[in-house]
Design a binder for this molecule. Structure first.
Ligand code: SF4
Length: 405
């Protein structure tokens, strides 16, 4: 644990720096070319303010919230508890948006990958991974178009950061995935949900787009709308240490760490952000993470790369790293992508590695690749979106991992 008395101040400075840099990659305005505004992605307070502009009382915002996030309705016409004149007024000033679906592919194992196109033409991928044994599954959501971090085993990392996704775009990935399964209205109580968990593990580093991700999570967990429990949301980070504290205290979601190596010299290569926040600092931040308890373990993601990080010594070092915290280790056989240099560990190496972790008392499931043939598995997501060079900002140099957002 890091006990430095200066840590809180340093962390606050770092948080401010990270957020200032995130502002350089903003999502598009919620106002459409025709002047109408998208209501998806507005907080409750913002929705109340919009309705006040139309001379409407706050309870109308509650009604709209219900129609948008509980019923999943996109046409004002269908909002039967709202008077016709108000529905017409709403339709002339607002939309309930969804991204366009550029492609939708379903793999043999029923994993479904969506390529969504947003209003400015940028695209991001979302994947639904059904649980094999039960009627439920995880939606893997993207937080950025591209990524700054260049993790060397990750296909997304070969695509430069184009921009951050807005709260509307993050929430609407989940809503559009649900449209595709017809899962509206939002199941309540003990009714099973097909789209039952969210993992923020798609394209991008969510903690480099903290404000929009936090806003989206607050919308998704609102009890009068989609109402997904914070316990059913897992945010995965490569280790943006200063923002992990904030995520823990403000969002209360589960935490996953893209660890992938147990030595700084190797992690510097696999996850270059490690040069900025090395393993000791990362582990200290994990121990501080407030949502971590025996029932809410921190998940460590570990991609298995043949001859690189899959030795018995690596497994033992991993046990030493996590031994005093509630943790589980997801072992992910590497999913090859065009142009990648790494190879998948042998089955024997993966099993030996898993046994060492398990013998130390930690769950260590081996994640079987899902949706591999449609490039929907971990680390394979990538779109063709390119950053448009803007006159006011020269991005040169801003993608180096050390200086990443
Ligand atoms: S693993 Fe995550 S953080 Fe690293 S390059 Fe890929 S998308 Fe970015």
């Amino acid at each position: 644990m890091t006990d430095s008395v200066s840590l809180p101040d340093l962390t606050a400075d770092e948080q401010a720096r990270i957020q200032a840099k995130a502002a350089l990659f903003p999502p598009p305005s919620p106002v459409l070319a025709d002047g109408r505004k998208d209501l998806v992605g507005l907080s409750r307070e913002e929705l109340i303010a919009e309705l006040a502009l139309l001379g409407e009382k706050p309870f109308r915002a509650k009604q709209l919230w219900h129609w948008i996030y509980h019923q999943g309705v996109t046409q004002f016409d269908e909002m039967s508890s709202i008077s016709r004149p108000l529905r017409e007024k709403l339709a002339s000033s607002y939309v309930v948006g969804r991204p366009d679906i550029t492609t939708q592919q379903t793999a043999r194992d029923d994993t479904r990958k969506f390529l969504f196109r947003f209003r400015d033409g940028q695209e991001a991928e979302t994947v639904y991974i059904p649980d094999r044994r039960k009627d439920r599954g995880a939606v893997c959501i993207s937080s950025q178009v591209g990524c700054t971090l260049s993790c060397s085993f990750c296909h997304t990392g070969t695509q430069k950061l184009v921009r951050n996704l807005g709260a509307a775009e993050i929430v609407s990935q989940f809503m559009a995935a649900r449209d595709s399964y017809g899962e509206w209205p939002s199941p309540t109580g003990d009714t099973p949900r097909l789209l039952s968990t969210i993992v923020m593990m798609g394209m991008g580093e969510p903690l480099y787009n903290y404000d929009e991700v936090a806003k989206a999570i607050n919308i998704i967990t609102d009890g009068e709308g989609i109402a997904l429990s914070r316990r059913r949301i897992t945010l995965s980070t490569s280790g943006v240490v200063p923002m992990m504290d904030r995520c823990g205290s403000e969002l209360g979601v589960n935490l996953a760490i893209s660890l992938h190596a147990v030595r700084d010299d190797l992690r510097d290569i696999l996850v270059p952000l490690n040069r900025k926040y090395p393993i000791a600092e990362l582990m200290a931040a994990c121990r501080r993470y407030p949502a971590a308890s025996n029932s809410r373990r921190i998940t460590f993601e570990y991609v298995m790369l043949r001859g690189v990080n899959d030795s018995v010594a690596d497994a033992r070092a991993l046990v030493r790293l996590i031994r005093d915290m509630p943790a589980k280790v997801n072992l992910i056989p590497f999913n090859p992508w065009p142009g990648s240099d790494y190879q998948t560990s042998t089955r024997e190496a993966v099993e030996k590695f898993a046994a060492i972790i398990m013998d130390a008392g930690f769950a260590s499931p081996i994640r079987m690749p899902r949706g591999r043939e449609i490039l929907a598995a971990c680390g394979q997501l990538k779109t063709e979106s390119q950053r448009v060079r803007r006159a006011s900002f020269d991005p040169a140099g801003d993608d180096s991992p050390q200086d990443a957002v």
